[in-house]
Design a protein around this ligand. Sequence first.
Ligand code: NAD
Ligand code: GLY
Length: 360
Amino acid sequence: MFVTLNVDLGVRSYPILIGGGLLSRRDLLEPHLRHRDVLVVTNDVVGPIYLEPVRALLAGSRVATAVLPDGEQHKTMATVNRVLDALVEARFGRDCVVLALGGGVVGDIAGFAASIYQRGVDFIQVPTTLLAQVDSAVGGKTGVNHPGGKNLLGAFHQPICVLSDTDTLHTLPDRELAAGCAEVVKYGLIADGELFAWLEAQAEALLRRDPAALGHVIRRSCELKAEIVGQDEREHGRRALLNLGHTFGHAIELQAGYGEWLHGEAVAAGTCMAAEFSARLGAVDPLEVDRIRRLFRRLHLPVSPPAADPGKFLSAMGMDKKVVAGQIRLVLLDSIGSARITGDYPSHELVDYLREQFVR
Ligand code: NAD
Ligand code: GLY
């Protein structure tokens, strides 16, 4: 049994297939491959577990592989070059397909390489982390980090198919599963108060990897993301809501050193900061901020950032892609289930908030 959702983007529309056992379903990828050459991009943790089953799915295609070193610290242009080298070495043409097998790091690197190889070739996402299945594999944001800022280099390049085999989540470490939950909480906060309440009721089932609970959050998250991306593919408006907590979170990742804090952990602490700042501006009820902190704690996620210099933290926030004319635009929470993006707040409030946060 699996469900199919659709990302509606005209000629670039594509399906998201979600279910158990999909890595043994050759029939699902065949219509997208049609015997074309495939470069499978994976890493040295995921490859040993899932490369063979994926190879079996690709019988009928000429297959090359690029096995990257694991970790956020390798989400760089140097690693993108390794993927491009593999494509050139295999002498793959414009009709080839790049298949990303792994979490968000592999997906972002492989997608970016696909976006620039011969001015753009098709790519397929086979996400194997909760975070990638609920968020990064959908929506076409691809790219890598720069020492000066998170995800600063990249391109919009939609996949032609997303195949999420939920069975792959059984081998995921607990800490990574929890990190994926942070992005699910985000969807509840920006667009679906019922999902947030469901998480409050089912947090433990999710952490135990109850299949029904996992299926529910992956499906609901993808529905919400597909709807938002369908309305605003290039983030001219509503899509920016998906970055709730990310401006603070990206600063945490940069300050701590890429890979020290998991992306989802930084998003959890960053979301608490965004919620606290929203309460400070009178936008959200402080009691709702307490609910958010309580849920993250139950999901084994951090609710505050590591120690930092407030000036350096603010400067790191200033490298975010949502900065317009020097003003840091933030996603502020109005209530659980409703948020808005704005640069319309007194700058000194942010400076004061960070000073109080870090100088205790
Ligand atoms: P990740 O890709 O680093 O994967 C987490 C860890 O789990 C890695 O060590 C990986 O090798 C391992 N792993 C993956 N699948 C596994 C499996 N099934 N079994 C065992 N181990 C497995 O991290 P992530 O949380 O998936 O992704 C984080 C990245 O995604 C960040 O770089 C973030 O910026 C990016 N991201 C991108 C978007 C987007 O829209 N493109 C959205 C959100 C996050
Ligand atoms: N993860 C944010 C986005 O896809 O827009």
